[in-house]
Design a protein. Structure first.
Length: 231
């Protein structure tokens, strides 16, 4: 059974997705090998949940080059004939990635959080023209300076140390299975809810966030945390 047997999925209708190559969440790898590297959506058939490819990921650089450095393109079809958007590093360091649509128009940007801010904010945030920035606060820093002060110096120091020690995997979440919420002000527009299986992202169904920016953030984040671009 292939992803195509489920029928095409319009990118504009995607609300919940994961990044990877597996059609099913199985303990043993399929003998057929991994499928295409894609953004995948959940579909149920015969009582089983499948992860169906919906948007296909094509590295812009040579094989093996990290996506963060080389950039990538997202396509609506596996044959790579219908370009959805392109994601390219804007300047050295790979700390800002421009997202442009199929016609080359600016859709926004995905930013890497500066190292000095990663104790209070997760590793990636979004910029969409005409909208406030979209960022995710770490759990211990939610509520702003007042809440941090109220926790006391000892607890704050412990949190800082814990986060410093976890910077190598700083996008996995503050605690196991704790969600990450990207907000514009008080409004949640994108969320990540880890599980024991696939890593799921959710775009608010009726929200204003451009899904292409959410897709770009998820691909960059997953390739950085788990080396998903090399799986």
């Amino acid at each position: 059974m292939t992803g195509e047997s489920f029928g095409p999925v319009s990118w504009e209708e995607i609300t919940r997705f994961t990044v990877g190559r597996s059609l099913r969440d199985a303990v043993r790898a399929s003998k057929r090998g991994a499928g295409p590297h894609a953004l995948r959506v959940p579909r149920v058939r015969g009582g089983e949940e499948y992860m169906v490819p919906a948007v296909y990921i094509a590295p812009a650089g040579p094989d093996g080059a990290p996506l963060r450095q080389a950039g990538f393109r997202l396509y609506e079809d596996e044959g790579r004939t219908r370009l959805l958007c392109a994601v390219a590093p804007d300047g050295p360091g790979g700390d800002r990635h421009r997202v442009t649509d199929a016609a080359g128009r600016e859709a926004g940007a995905v930013h890497r959080t500066p190292a000095a801010q990663r104790l209070v904010r997760h590793g990636w945030w979004l910029e969409q023209p005409g909208r406030p920035e979209v960022a995710a606060a770490r759990r211990w820093a939610e509520g702003g300076p007042g809440r941090i002060a109220g926790r006391g110096v000892g607890k704050l120091l412990g949190s800082v140390v814990d986060n410093v020690l976890s910077l190598g995997a700083e996008d996995t979440g503050d605690t196991p299975l704790h969600p990450v919420l990207w907000r514009a002000g008080e409004e949640t527009v994108l969320s990540f809810r880890p599980s024991q299986g696939p890593r799921w992202y959710t775009v608010e169904r009726d929200g204003w966030l451009d899904r292409r920016l959410a897709f770009a953030l998820a691909v960059l984040r997953e390739s950085g945390v788990w080396g998903a671009d090399r799986r």
